[in-house]
Design a protein around this ligand. Structure first.
Ligand SMILES: NC(=O)c1ccc[n+]([C@@H]2O[C@H](COP(=O)([O-])OP(=O)(O)OC[C@H]3O[C@@H](n4cnc5c(N)ncnc54)[C@H](O)[C@@H]3O)[C@@H](O)[C@H]2O)c1
Ligand SMILES: O=C(O)C[C@H](O)C(=O)O
Ligand SMILES: [Mg+2]
Length: 479
């Protein structure tokens, strides 16, 4: 169902091809006809007197990647060889590594970095455990913990298959927050074992980021760890998602001229992200929320597909006791928030919503509806993806949030800190710059994460979550 060719399905292919502009136009037209786009052409070498070219092609999906290759191979005078999938190439050997910060060129270096010198440091930490925060990696290191049970919208694909996503999160932590994060993929889905494993590894980390652990197990795991550990524990899919949704919604409402207290919001998907987002939206003043999932609209007393968290949610949402499916929930609603699965929303459902509908279709990697299908019907459309405008993705939150929490040595991440992050993100788009395709700042705006970090740190201090009034010097503040 993907329509636009993009970099995530890109490949380089070497080819023999006839000389001249006619061959070139035939190639470009043929690739275009099957949905691809040639982004670059190089002439790297001669092969038996023939010119070998290498082209970079963007495709819309894997099927079309194969079709494009077949089409090129079938062109008269063309022969393809050496195909490299650029995304697979980027991941080959993994995406992160450990790098030493100190020199290791001679015996003096060795004596200080390691034994005997290191023993003095270990003793200093054993006398005062707090010193781990200035003498070890702890103050800047976060564990990204998953069991692989709800990886993006791909579902339960297991801990090994989750690793590329967790490595990716580590890259984002470092690139946008200066935080050293490390993937921990656990080979258990038992909540007690996950809790125990995290408690056992906690001494080496300044914070715990739970990732892609499915509901409802994720709620108990997070609550218990928050209670039993004195370092920040944060479930990104719950709270990071809720933060960016609320930030985006605040700005989208300004565009359509509606007040948060007056709107009806439909949340499709009542897992980790859906339930936490409903809770933060309520805290921010949304009065009418209707939840939907595989069992249809959630109402008080529903029996299908229930758990205690949904039962509790049914008491505070859907005040009119509506029943039915997603299409019924959407009739007359102002906002759709999708935290479910690809392709569950259709243009005709949006056309039944109230005036100027807002659609956040956030399932990854493929949203509930593609922007090009939603845009004719909606006033504002956002997805979780980086290849469309309005990327409402938790990456706008977690790097800066942890930066702030680590820098003030926070023991917790509380709701005030989350709301501070919301406002830092929302106000990063100036009022006069707001447009239907610019409701949320770009992750590449270098001011956003430092703003989030500063706001979170201030909220932590005000609420007593910060342990130290003095900020540590961190990579992000250094410049
Ligand atoms: N853009 C972002 O920043 C962001 C952040 C977190 C999650 N997400 C996406 O949200 C989705 C859910 O993530 P999660 O962590 O909450 O997972 P989860 O496994 O905890 O929840 C998934 C939910 O989807 C619901 N669902 C599945 N099929 C459905 C259907 N046919 N109709 C209605 N609901 C259906 C399930 O009932 C469940 O409530 C994923 O696609 C994920 O990629 C996006
Ligand atoms: O990983 C992302 O891009 C967002 C989110 O954490 C998800 O699980 O989809
Ligand atoms: Mg996730």
């Amino acid at each position: 169902m993907l329509k636009n060719p993009g970099p995530s399905y890109s490949f380089r292919v070497s080819l023999d091809m006839p000389e001249g502009t006619d061959a070139l136009s035939r190639l470009m037209a043929a690739v275009g006809r099957v949905g691809g786009e040639i982004m670059e052409m190089k002439t790297p070498a001669q092969n038996d007197g023939k010119i070998v070219r290498e082209i970079l092609v963007y495709a819309p999906d894997e099927d079309r990647e194969r079709e494009i290759l077949k089409t090129i191979g079938a062109l008269e005078g063309f022969r393809t060889f050496d195909v490299i999938d650029c995304t697979f190439l980027r991941h080959t050997g993994g995406k992160i590594e450990v790098v030493s910060k100190i020199p290791m060129a001679n015996r003096d270096d060795l004596a200080m970095a390691y034994t005997p010198g290191v023993a003095r440091i270990s003793l200093a930490v054993s006398e005062d455990i707090e010193r781990a925060y200035d003498l070890t990696i702890r103050k800047n290191t976060v564990a990204i913990v998953t069991d692989g049970s709800a990886v993006l919208g791909l579902g339960d694909i297991g801990p090994e298959a989750a690793l590329p996503v967790m490595e990716g999160k580590a890259v984002l932590f470092k690139s946008f927050g200066g935080v050293d994060a490390f993937p921990i993929c656990l080979n258990t889905k038992n909540p007690e074992e996950i809790i125990q494993a995290v408690k056992w590894i906690a001494p080496g980390f300044g914070g715990i980021n739970l990732e892609d652990i499915s509901a409802p197990r994720c709620f108990e795991i997070e609550q218990r760890l928050k209670k039993e550990l004195d370092i920040p524990v944060f479930h990104d899919d719950q709270h990071g998602t809720a933060v960016v949704i609320l930030a985006g919604l605040i700005n989208a409402l300004k565009i359509v001229g509606k007040r948060i207290e007056e709107i009806t919001v439909v949340v499709n998907g009542l897992g980790a992200a859906g339930i936490a987002s409903i809770s933060l939206l309520s805290a921010a003043g949304v009065r009418k929320i209707i939840g939907c999932d595989r069992g249809g609209i959630l109402y008080r007393g529903r029996q299908e597909d229930m758990n205690p968290f949904k039962a509790e949610l049914a008491l505070t949402t859907n005040p009119e006791g509506l029943k039915g499916g997603l299409a019924d929930a959407l009739r007359g609603a102002d906002v759709f928030i999708g935290l479910s699965r690809p392709g569950l929303l259709q243009g005709k459902d949006i056309s039944k919503m109230a005036r100027d509908p807002i659609v956040f279709a956030m399932a990854n990697p493929v949203p509930e509806i593609l922007p090009e299908e939603a845009e004719p019907y909606a006033a504002v459309v956002a997805t979780g993806r980086s290849d469309y405008n309005n990327q409402v993705n938790n990456v706008l939150c977690f790097p800066g949030l942890f930066r702030g929490a680590l820098d003030c040595h926070a023991r917790d991440i509380n709701q005030e800190m989350l709301l501070a992050a919301v406002h830092a993100i929302a106000t990063a788009v100036k009022a006069d710059a707001l447009r239907r395709d610019f409701i949320i700042p770009s992750i590449f705006d270098p001011t956003v994460q430092p703003r989030v970090a500063a706001a979170v740190m201030e909220a932590a201090r005000k609420t007593g979550a910060a342990r130290s009034r003095k900020a540590y010097i961190s990579p992000i503040n250094r410049s």
